[in-house]
Design a protein around this ligand. Sequence first.
Ligand SMILES: NC(=O)c1ccc[n+]([C@@H]2O[C@H](COP(=O)([O-])OP(=O)(O)OC[C@H]3O[C@@H](n4cnc5c(N)ncnc54)[C@H](OP(=O)(O)O)[C@@H]3O)[C@@H](O)[C@H]2O)c1
Length: 165
Amino acid sequence: MLISAIVAISENNVIGRDGHLPWHLSADLKHFKAITLGHHILLGRKNYQDINRPLPGRTNIVLTRDPNFEAPGCSVCHSLEDAIAVAEKAGETELFIIGGAEIYRMALPFCKKLYLTRVLASIEGDVKMPPLGEGWVKLNEECGESDEKNDFPYAFQVFERENKH
Ligand SMILES: NC(=O)c1ccc[n+]([C@@H]2O[C@H](COP(=O)([O-])OP(=O)(O)OC[C@H]3O[C@@H](n4cnc5c(N)ncnc54)[C@H](OP(=O)(O)O)[C@@H]3O)[C@@H](O)[C@H]2O)c1
C-alpha cells in the first residue's frame, strides 16, 4: 500500500490559522476531492474537529490519544501503526495523510508520494508545515490564477520520493 500526503502550503510554510484553513481555494477543494475520493484518509483529531463531519466517499480514520473520543461515521485509531493496519486490512492501495501538522510530522517519513498545493502568497497563520524530508522529485505541476472562487494563485505539484539503492 502506497502512503501519500496531501497538503496546501503557503510560500511562508503556513497551513492553518485558528484551527482552520487560512484561505478559500475552490479549485484546491475540488482537486483534493478528486485525488482522495474512494480511498482511506487519515487525519488528526484537530483537523477532524475543523471539518466536523466525515468526508463523504472516503473511509475517514481519525487519530487521537483520547480513548473515549467518538467521531460518528469515522474509524478512530490511537496510533499511526493501527491506522495503517486498518487501511491495509481493507485492501487499500493508497492511504492519504490529510493533516494537520502533527499528523504530517509523524507520517511523512512513511510517505512515498506528495500532492502539494503551493499557495502563491505569504499568509499569516499559527500552524506551519513540518519539514518535508529529503529525496522528493517533482513529477508534475499545474498552475492556476486567483479569481472570485480562489483567493490566491496556486500550483498543484506532485512529488515522489526517489528510490535509494
Ligand atoms: N493546509 C492544509 O492542507 C491543511 C491540512 C490539514 C489541516 N490543516 C490545518 O492544520 C491545523 C490543525 O493541525 P494541528 O497540527 O494543530 O492538529 P492535527 O494534526 O489535526 O491534530 C492533532 C491531534 O492528533 C492527535 N495525535 C497526534 N499525534 C498522535 C499520535 N501519535 N497518536 C494518537 N493521536 C495523535 C492528538 O489528538 P488528541 O489531542 O485528541 O489526543 C493531537 O492533538 C488546522 O488549522 C487545520 O485547518 C491544514
